[in-house]
Structures are given as C-alpha cells and as structure tokens.
Design a protein around this ligand. Structure first.
Ligand SMILES: Nc1ncnc2c1ncn2[C@@H]1O[C@H](COP(=O)(O)OP(=O)(O)O)[C@@H](O)[C@H]1O
Ligand SMILES: [Mg+2]
Length: 412
C-alpha cells in the first residue's frame, strides 16, 4: 500500500491547452479518493499520469514517497480498472483474473490460491470456467475488478468503471466496491462524472473544473460548505438553486420575494455588496402551511407561483420559474451548461413534504430556511458564507468515523 502525492501536476497536450493545471493533491495511504467533474475536465488524464500511461508536463508525482515521473507503468505496481472492462474473450474467467499473475511468472500453486481467494471475495467461484461472453454486465465488471485486485498492487485506480451498467446494477456495484475497498484497505483513486457515486463511495472527493482542482473534502463538507458556485452546483441532485439578489442592509431582494438574513455572520458577509447570488438547496424550502409558527419565525416566507409539481410518494418537487436580470441569467445558464445540465429557463426547484397540497398555477407560500442559505459573489463565484469552524468539525467527524469503520472491518 502507498500514499499518492501530486505536486503542481500539469499536462499539456499537443495543442498547448492545459488539460490538467497545477493540481496538488494528497491521497493518504489506504484512502478512497474520488476525482469528480464534468466530462472533459481532465479526470482521466490525471489518472493516466498516476499510472504512467501519460507523460507529465511539469510537477511531481510521488507514490509511497518516491518520485515516479520517469518510472515505467509496469514498475509502479498499480492496478487499473477501465470503463470498458478489456477482458480477453478467448480466456476463461479464471485465466482472465490470473492474467497479471501469469505475466509476472507466478508459480502455479500460488496462482490457483490467489485466483480462488479473489473469486470468493467477488462471488465468482461458480463462474471460473466460463468465458466473458456468457456473463452478465455486472459479472464482467467483477471479473475486471478481480484482475485488478489479484495482484496485490500498492493502489487501485478506477476510470468510470460503472458507466456501462444500468442504473440498478450500478447501485449494487457501488455498494460492492465500497465494501471491497474498505475490506482490503488499499489506496484507491476512483474517477467518475456521477455526483451520486462521488458522494457515496469515497472518504474524500476532489472536484475538478477545466483541469483545475476546486475543492477536496469529505462528501458532507462539499455538500454543506462548498467553496464556490461550481462545487455548490455540481454536488447535490437536484442542484442548489441560485437566486440573484440585490442587497439592502441585511435584506435581500430576490425574484421570489424579499427576505432578511437573521444570522449576523451571514449578514456581515454581504458587507457593502450590491448584488449577490443566494444559494438555496431544494430541501431548504418547505410548504409554509406545514410548519409551526415557531419554526416559521426562524426563516423567511415568500409568495411564489409554482408552475409544475412532481409527486414522488416520499417527497415532491415544485418548479418555480422566475425572471432574473439578463446579465446574471446568462451567467447562470453558462454555469448550468458547464455542469452538464441544460436548464432552459431560470427556475427554482423546491423539495416539499409529500403531504403538501400546493397546486400548480396559483400563488403559494413557501418557507425558506435562511440559516442554511449560502451567499456567492456573482463575479468570482466565491462562497462568502463558508463556515470554517463547521468545516473543521466535519473533518474531525469524518476522520473519526472512517477510523472506526476501518477498525471494525479489520476486526480489531
Ligand atoms: N490524447 C489527447 N490529445 C489531445 N487532447 C486530449 C487528449 N486526451 C484528452 N484530451 C483533452 O484533454 C481534456 C481532458 O480530457 P480527459 O482527461 O479525458 O477528461 P475527462 O476524463 O474528465 O472527461 C479534454 O479537453 C480532452 O479533449
Ligand atoms: Mg474520462
């Protein structure tokens, strides 16, 4: 096992464009690190530089404390699982898993033992004599994983390994990968563009945008304390709503109505600004008629016209279109496009209790939990209300729970 350290890693392809730009990232020994970002942001390029399949333009890559910039892929002792499993169709499942051991001229009795152990772990024992063509997508995926873990590599690297599976299988494999990684405790870097995978799999998540690292933190930190608009918009589904607001003292005039910030720290963040973007997650809205007067007083109530509702049984979504100033709505549309979304109109998406009887068409009273809103600088995208104390608490919490989890897995 080994830690992976990246120091100001840059990759320029032939056209001079930096696909990866000054990325510095520490993956701890045994850690499960996720690299996430929209398509084309440089995730695969970064992973390929770790493995050695791509030259590093500048910066240093260290594995287990040693600089590996010039070390051949074979000598790095890493295992990679690709999106298209790359199984050998003419070989049995057994020989597919055994392949890296055969390549390393491992004695046959050891090959037998290790492949059987690995097959056991991945529940492939009864399929060892079959050929890949006769397996389901999920089984093929497990064979590819088996080939990666049979080798006792210092680290596992995954490049979107689940993107060819259907949604249900993806969910199952996600849980399996998570279990397996914790059991083996091997340093893992996992690339995905899927924010659900990012949030559920990793100890920490690194968010990339156009080759530049935006934020590294626990899933909860990214969700609750994003550093900027990009991370705030990328993490969470449905996305955080961004409402343009003009500032008047501690009051905000938004397209959904005017409300006041009661939190002094948040009000102070407005300091002298005329315009901000107010970030409100869908679940921080509620049907005002469903909450107590006491709770109501802790937030703000606005009047809004809902145009569509979607009832899902356990919750429901309401869509609230609004008019935004032209310059800001152009900016929000650009952001939405970059986040792989394609929002046609400026609208807020609001999660309501399933019991809400708000009807589309009329005017509705919506409550906003103003203690949970974020304020962003519209020019730089910076989160003006990030709470460093809360971040420190979250970091402590996730470190503790990971250590406890690992201990339980090892059984000591
Ligand atoms: N071999 C290559 N030659 C030139 N440009 C490339 C090459 N591979 C990737 N790129 C470019 O580098 C950027 C990052 O690509 P990639 O790392 O594949 O992104 P991701 O895996 O996040 O989708 C993209 O703009 C892509 O077009
Ligand atoms: Mg890729």
């Amino acid at each position: 096992m080994a830690a992976i350290t990246m120091k100001k890693i840059v990759k320029r392809y032939g056209d001079g464009f930096p696909a990866v730009n000054e990325v510095s990232l520490d993956v701890r020994d045994g850690e499960f690190m996720i690299l996430v970002g929209p398509s084309g942001c440089g995730k695969s390029t970064l992973l390929r530089m770790i493995v050695g399949l791509e030259d590093i333009t500048s910066g240093e890559m260290l594995i287990g404390g040693k600089v590996v910039n010039k070390v051949a892929p074979r000598q790095r002792n890493l295992s990679m699982v690709f999106q298209n499993y790359a199984l050998y169709p003419h070989l049995t499942v057994f020989e597919n898993i055994a392949f890296p051991l055969r390549l390393a001229k491992t004695p046959d009795d050891e090959v037998q033992r290790r492949v059987k152990e690995t097959a056991e772990l991945l529940e492939l024992t009864e399929h060892l004599d079959r050929k890949p063509a006769n397996l389901s997508g999920g089984q093929r995926q497990r064979v590819a994983m088996g080939r990666a873990i049979v080798r006792q590599a210092d680290a596992f690297l995954f490049d979107e390994p689940l993107s060819n599976l259907d949604a249900k299988l993806r969910g199952q494999m996600r849980t399996e990968i998570s279990r397996l990684q914790r059991r083996l405790g091997v340093t893992t870097v996992y690339v995905t563009h899927d924010q659900t995978e990012a949030m559920t799999l990793g100890d920490r998540v690194a968010v990339l945008r156009k080759g530049v690292l935006q934020q590294v933190g626990s899933p909860r930190e990214l969700y609750e304390e994003p550093v900027n608009l990009f991370v705030a918009g990328f993490i969470g589904s449905p996305s955080m709503n961004f409402l343009p607001a003009s500032v008047d003292g501690a009051s905000l005039d938004t397209p959904l109505g005017r409300f006041e910030l009661r939190d002094d720290r948040k009000a102070a963040a407005l300091g002298g600004r005329e315009v901000v973007l107010v970030g409100v997650r869908p679940e921080h809205f509620e049907d005002a008629s469903l909450i107590s007067e006491e709770k109501k007083a802790k937030g703000a109530t606005v009047h809004a016209r809902v145009d569509v509702t979607e009832w899902l049984g356990n919750e429901q979504y309401a869509y609230v279109p609004y008019e935004a100033p032209a310059d800001l709505s152009a900016q929000l549309r650009d952001l939405s496009r970059e986040l792989d979304g394609d929002q046609l109109r400026t609208q807020a998406i609001v999660a309501l209790d399933a019991a809400s009887t708000i009807k589309p068409g009329g005017e509705s009273e919506l409550w906003i939990d103003t203690a949970k809103v974020h304020l962003f600088d519209p020019a730089t995208g910076e989160n003006l209300t990030r709470d460093e104390e809360h971040v420190a608490r979250l970091t402590r919490l996730t470190d503790e729970s990971r250590d406890a989890h690992r201990k339980a897995q090892r059984g000591d």
